[in-house]
Design a protein around this ligand. Structure first.
Ligand code: TDO
Length: 189
């Protein structure tokens, strides 16, 4: 498993090893021991999510759950390809408001580890794209929130001829500039 830092400290890009043979491949898509031995501070996962986006250009996000139900997420692509993004919204963080993105596809098998304190969202790059992710807390609709996808200066690689397809909720989300984040950076005084 390759584990690489990103430009946002705490967010990691993971590439599990694939063992190919005449049948296809085998891969450990998550292994607690491997990550803990690599020094990843990993809370317990309690929920797995799976969604399908039928159209390239679908945007889901940018989402978060407030404490006490904040979620860390280990994200991968089950089918197709997507551009996955995290935005640091921990008040007092030296990287507050900064974002990182990575292409996750069935083809590359890559994953992103996004700890609590970051917004999460993604753009689908192909039709019929599936995302699969593990979460460190349960769904808590009363703690659910969103920040507008195009308010964070993210350089989204929108597929040619596609327009962003959003949920009604995401279409009217607050901009980052108006967001009073419930998260604090652990290093903040
Ligand atoms: C997120 C979630 C939604 N739902 C329900 C609520 C709603 O009726 C339906 C669709 O919910 P949403 O529109 O919020 O789904 P979606 O826009 O796909 O939300 C997800 O987006 C990505 C970017 C994330 O990071 C996730 O944490 C989650 O917020 O599913 C659950 O039952 N459990 C869950 O954990």
């Amino acid at each position: 498993m390759d584990i690489d830092p990103t430009n946002l400290p705490g967010v990691l890009r993971l590439a599990p090893r694939r063992f190919g043979d005449a049948r296809g491949f085998f891969s450990e898509s998550w292994n607690r021991k491997t990550l803990v031995e690599a020094g990843v501070d990993l809370p317990e996962f309690v929920q797995d999510n799976h969604s399908l986006s039928a159209r390239a250009g679908t945007v889901r996000g940018l989402h978060f759950q407030s404490p006490p139900h904040a979620q860390g997420k280990l994200v991968r692509c089950g089918r197709g390809a997507l551009y996955d993004v995290a935005v640091d919204v921990r008040k007092g963080s030296p990287t507050y408001g900064q974002w990182t993105g990575a292409e996750l596809s069935f083809e590359n098998g890559a994953q992103l580890w996004i700890p609590a304190g970051f917004l999460h969202g993604f753009l689908t790059l192909t039709d019929d794209t599936e995302i699969v992710y593990k979460c460190t807390d349960h769904y808590a609709p009363e703690c659910d929130g969103a920040v507008k996808w195009d308010s964070c200066g993210i350089d989204w690689p929108m597929p040619e001829a596609a327009e962003a397809l959003l949920s009604d909720k995401d279409a009217v989300a607050q901009p980052l500039a108006d967001f009073d984040s419930p998260f604090t950076w652990e290093g903040a005084a």
